[in-house]
Design a protein around this ligand. Structure first.
Ligand code: CA2
Length: 152
């Protein structure tokens, strides 16, 4: 599929700090390590990725809007905005591109305030709790959904 649209992998606040602190929760991989692993897995499955991180909620909204035309599917780790952002929820709802909510940790097994996901209420599905492997599972799910969409 030479002209296949890419998978967008979007990352929210503080994920640029990965690998430097709290390895017991988030693992030792840096975000650059995760980007490389996602690109490799997508390549094996015949897709490219666009990988970005921002600490700014509005920038994530802009990228979700951009993805409406440009992406085949979206892997989204919205970080703490997962639990608070009506703007991200609305941007996902406004899009027909499938979004896979993705987390390194398992928010359901952590503090109460992480148990609500406004992103999850709009997403196609959720992958959480497998460390950096969550991203690889999410890329696989994204490619499957993208291929289904391409056939539909
Ligand atoms: O488990 C995940 O992937 C989270 O999305 C990570 C967010 C957290 O707010 C969500 O509840 C679950 C936090 C990302 C912050 O990452 C850091 C990495 C290293 C040091 C400090 C924070």
């Amino acid at each position: 599929m030479p002209d296949a649209k890419p998978i967008y992998v979007l990352n929210g606040p503080n994920l640029n700090l990965l690998g430097s602190r709290e390895p017991e929760i988030y693992g030792r991989a840096t975000l650059a390590d995760i980007e490389q692993a996602c690109a490799e897995r997508a390549r094996q499955l015949g897709r490219k990725i666009v990988f970005r991180q921002s600490n700014v909620e509005g920038e994530l909204v802009d990228w979700l809007q951009e993805a409406r035309d440009k992406a085949a599917a979206i892997v989204l780790n919205a970080g703490a905005y997962t639990h608070t952002s009506v703007a991200l929820h609305d941007a996902i709802k406004a899009s027909s591109v499938p979004v896979i909510e993705t987390h390194l940790s398992n928010p359901a097994a952590r503090e109460e305030f992480r148990h609500v996901s406004l992103v999850g209420k709009a997403a196609k599905g959720v992958i959480a709790g497998f460390g950096a492997t969550s991203y690889l599972l999410a890329v696989e799910a994204a490619v499957l959904l993208a291929n289904e969409g391409a056939r539909a």
